[in-house]
Design a protein around this ligand. Structure first.
Ligand code: PMP
Length: 353
């Protein structure tokens, strides 16, 4: 009789409802396709891909383009099928039976799963009541527990807040293990640990094309760090982990990354407009955000999410999680989408329904 690997049978798989919401504010995606000029460049590159050939084995073109932009060498960069793949690989590199991986909670729900898939032990450091993470607590836990890896999510999903660059540096400088800073939303915060890479060999920065670059469908992410660490991550990834179409699309987007600046600024401005308008509604707490989403807490969160869903507005309901009681996560959409969200939320909270 077959038997699933112990531990895997009880592991919950990642689940999000697959609904094509008319107003889709549930997955922190860019609200619109990439800018037309970028789309045209992507279409041109895709047309030139030789579908009968394997992709470039060393993925050198995209690594070189990223390295040029980040003032690094291609050997400092590893590419993944989304930053998810890179983060999971990092857990496999530094984790292992009995090895501890320190991470914030609440944070990206996949971190504990990556840890368990790597047979390692997730050790969570709780955010405070206002959803800020105390760097002293992270470092003290890692040192005391002799952690094998620290994961930071900056800015943090699903809470939205960012740690100051000095706090990140404090952890990296004091840690005796590698620290991976997941900057999936880094473009919206305007800050990054990337400039620290030259100073600390134990720092790894993970980034993605799924959010600010509007390429969630392509599944491209990367990590930058010390070449020895990057080589080790490369060992646990399968060859050809990225298909040639995704590589080509990401390269076109990266080479034209300046085109995304207005969209990023527009999202940040919409986020602030949304936050101000939501704060004016009764009985809503809106947490500070350095991302393309807002975490809000209301008394009747589940009922609000259902009310919005019935009107075609999809948001992410975290209210069943004890640490996120009453919380919904709302991705910043287009101006019109945000207006739709505000109108329906206002009606509901003003008790007009
Ligand atoms: N990190 C964080 C914090 C995220 O929110 C996400 C996506 N939800 C990811 C990593 C993974 O993104 P991707 O695999 O699309 O790069």
């Amino acid at each position: 009789m077959w038997q699933i690997r112990p531990g895997l049978d009880t592991l919950k798989s990642y689940h999000v409802p697959d609904i094509a919401w008319p107003v889709k504010l549930d997955a922190n995606e860019r609200a619109e396709a990439p800018p037309p000029a970028v789309q045209a460049a992507i279409a041109e590159r895709l047309a030139a891909v030789a579908a009968n050939r394997y992709p470039e084995i060393g993925q050198h073109s995209l690594k070189q383009a990223l390295a040029n932009g980040l003032r690094l060498e291609p050997e400092n960069i590893v590419l993944g099928n989304g930053s998810s793949e890179v983060l999971a690989a990092i857990c496999r590199v530094f984790g292992g039976p009995g090895r501890k991986i320190v991470q914030p909670s609440p944070s990206f729900s996949m971190y504990p799963i990556y840890c368990k898939l790597a047979d390692s032990v997730p050790l969570t450091v709780e955010l405070d009541a206002g959803f800020a993470l105390a760097p002293e607590k992270v470092l003290a836990t890692a040192l005391k527990e002799q952690a094998a890896l620290i994961i930071l999510c900056n800015p943090n999903n699903p809470t939205g807040g960012a740690m100051a660059p000095e706090a990140v540096e404090y952890i990296v400088a004091g840690a005796r293990c590698p620290v991976v800073v997941d900057e999936a939303y880094g473009e919206f915060s305007g800050q990054s640990a990337l400039p620290l890479l030259g100073k600390y060999r134990n720092l790894i920065v993970a980034r993605t094309f799924s959010k600010a670059y509007g390429l969630a469908a392509a599944r491209v992410g990367y990590a930058a760090g010390d070449r020895e660490i990057i080589a080790a991550i490369g060992k646990v990834l399968l060859p050809y982990n990225l298909n040639a179409f995704s590589l080509a699309a990401a390269q076109a987007a990266w080479e034209m990354r300046g085109e995304f600046a207005p969209g990023i600024a527009g999202t940040v401005a919409e986020r602030e407009r949304l936050a101000i308008a939501l704060r004016e509604l009764p009985a809503v707490e809106v947490f500070p955000s350095a991302t393309n989403f807002l975490l809000v807490r209301t008394g009747r969160a589940k009922a609000l999410a259902e009310y919005l869903a019935a009107r075609g507005v999809g948001v992410r309901d975290f209210s069943a999680a004890p640490s996120l009681a009453g919380c919904l996560r709302i991705t910043v959409g287009t101006g019109a989408e945000n207006d739709a969200l505000l109108a329906a939320t206002g009606k509901f909270l003003h008790g007009e329904v």
